[in-house]
Write a protein that binds this ligand. Structure first.
Ligand code: BG6
Length: 518
């Protein structure tokens, strides 16, 4: 990972340019990079799709997307005009050889025009079934040849199990070098997720306590209030384990558990992360029900609004067995973490949207104070708040003011918005800039993705083969099924109420301003 510089001339070829991702995420991110002067002096976005539209309709639609989804809100006329002249639409059938021959000609003509070798970024904003087709055609048209400057960006899901991920990797690496492949996990682009590295390796005071001697357990929660919305078709094939744990939550676990990299070189950082995945204790089929819990939401209430059960959502089977909630306990079998449980949970239609990591420290080894002084005492806890609040909170005990002696927990807090008075860039801004610079540190390498599939493979197998008899087993607006509470209670622990909620209930504890998820 390098300090950023403005990239060289770049052409983004977006396959699936008429789709949702381009509209909601990619163009708003590129536009913000443009406003922040990170886009190269010369760039072009070549949007490819089957729909019939010209440049002007394409630009109008993208502008509407930016107006709706950009962190900066509505576009300014002049700036947008200057940006939009670099957006071009190319109606094309992505399964035909001719498309790629035309594309190759367009790209060479642009290189000639600019008198340079441009970065060529082939962004696959398409369903997974199209990945091999498009990359096959790119290779056939020799658009893979420039090993330095031609790059392919692939969205998740990357495979649907270990075997399919392996096959896909074999296929892709037979046409492109690994360094040309950028597998996106958008969580890695989030400012607060990147900050885990800064926090751990840019400070000396936490490292000595970052181990099994001091840490009791770790909880990683990624909770969503939304249901599956219009993505029922995709979600039916995925479920929470594939959709969130295999990628986002395991990547966060890696950042918490990894050893210090020797340098910030992309491969070195990824080596250290993959070491964690390899150290995760395998779960045998007969252990799955002790180590993992699944759930599916029924109808319920969220923020005073009645919401439908998963099985009543569009494109969802009315007797669906797909899990919308998953909780898993992992152990990392190495010197640093032996015996420390990592509890991961994620789900849709939970009471609040919040992602956070809680590091629960061990109690003090000996209680000096009399029992009466300790009624409110709590062990130390560090919270890395990922979203929507972005910050770090540290709980410790102090003497409660007064003549009697007793301890009270207090929170020391850092919030990005207060400390820096600015809203951090969106994950896609960071990631797209990294692709233009050819920096793959925040992207999944083939072995990382496969190792993550291996970790969850036994759970996938059991869940696919043993039907859940009690779905739906949590009402929308609740914290998942009872099985998840039992999972953690077996070790004498409980799920930590996310700080955001604790703070909403008691605003003297922390300063939060978060609005409910729309
Ligand atoms: C995606 C999942 O990867 O992440 C979605 O496919 C999920 O199901 C989304 O809603 C959550 O992302 P974020 O950034 O809103 O936490």
């Amino acid at each position: 990972m390098e300090t950023k510089k403005r990239p060289d001339a770049t052409i983004f070829v977006i396959f699936g340019a008429a789709g949702d991702l381009t509209w909601r995420k990619l163009i708003p991110a590129l536009y913000n990079l443009y406003l922040d002067h990170w886009m190269p002096d010369r760039f072009l976005v070549l949007g490819m799709d089957r729909s019939d539209m010209g440049d002007s309709k394409f630009r109008d639609r993208l502008r509407e997307g930016v107006d709706r989804f950009s962190r900066r809100g509505k576009t300014g006329s002049e700036k947008w005009k200057a940006f939009a002249k670099n957006l071009v639409y190319f109606k094309a059938d992505m399964t035909k050889d001719g498309t790629y021959n035309d594309l190759a000609k367009k790209l060479s003509a642009q290189d000639k025009d600019w008198d340079t070798r441009t970065n060529r970024i082939f962004y696959l904003a398409v369903p997974p079934s199209m990945i091999e087709t498009i990359t096959g055609h790119l290779a056939k048209a020799k658009l893979n040849r420039d090993r330095e400057r031609s790059r392919v960006v692939i969205e998740k899901p990357f495979g649907r199990d270990l075997e399919s991920a392996r096959k896909l990797n074999q296929n892709l690496t037979s046409k492109f070098k690994e360094s040309q492949l950028f597998r996106i996990d958008h969580y890695l682009g989030k400012e607060t997720v990147q900050n885990i590295l800064a926090f751990r390796f840019g400070n000396s005071m936490f490292e000595p306590v970052w181990n099994r001697q001091n840490i009791d357990h770790v909880q990683i929660t990624v909770a969503e209030q939304v249901g599956v919305g219009h993505r029922g078709g995709y979600y039916e094939q995925a479920g929470a384990l594939r959709d969130m744990i295999q990628n986002h939550l395991l990547q966060i676990l890696c950042l918490i558990a990894m050893e210090a990299p020797v340098s910030f070189d992309g491969n070195e950082v990824r080596n250290k992360k993959v070491d964690v995945l390899h150290a995760i204790r395998p779960i045998f089929p007969e252990q799955v029900h002790h180590m993992a819990a699944r759930g599916q939401y029924g109808g319920g209430w969220i923020e005073g609004e009645q919401v439908a059960a998963y099985r009543s959502e569009a494109d969802v089977d009315e007797s669906s067995e797909t899990e919308t909630f998953a909780a898993v306990k992992f152990y990392v079998d190495n010197w640093r973490w032996q015996g420390v449980p990592f509890y991961l949970r994620t789900g849709k239609r939970l009471p609040v949207k919040t992602s956070e990591v809680a590091i629960q420290f061990r109690p003090v080894p000996h209680q000096t104070f009399p029992a009466a002084a300790l009624l409110d005492w709590r062990p130390n806890r560090l919270i890395l708040a990922i979203q929507p609040e972005e910050g770090i909170l540290l709980r410790f005990g102090v003497k409660h003011p007064g003549l009697s002696f007793h301890l009270s927990p207090v929170m020391m807090q850092f919030y990005y918005r207060e400390a820096f008075k600015t809203k951090p860039p969106e994950a896609y801004e960071t990631l797209l800039l990294d692709v233009m610079e050819g920096d793959a540190t925040l992207f999944m390498r083939a072995d990382q993705s496969e190792a993550a599939w291996s970790v969850i493979a036994p759970i996938l197998d059991v869940w696919e083969n043993v039907k859940s008899t009690d779905f739906p087993n949590y009402p929308a607006g609740n914290w998942g099924p009872e099985e998840a509470d039992i999972l953690i209670a077996q070790d004498g622990n409980t799920w930590i109420v996310p700080t955001l909620l604790q703070c909403r209930e008691d605003t003297s504890v922390c300063r939060v301003t978060t609005e409910p998820e729309s």
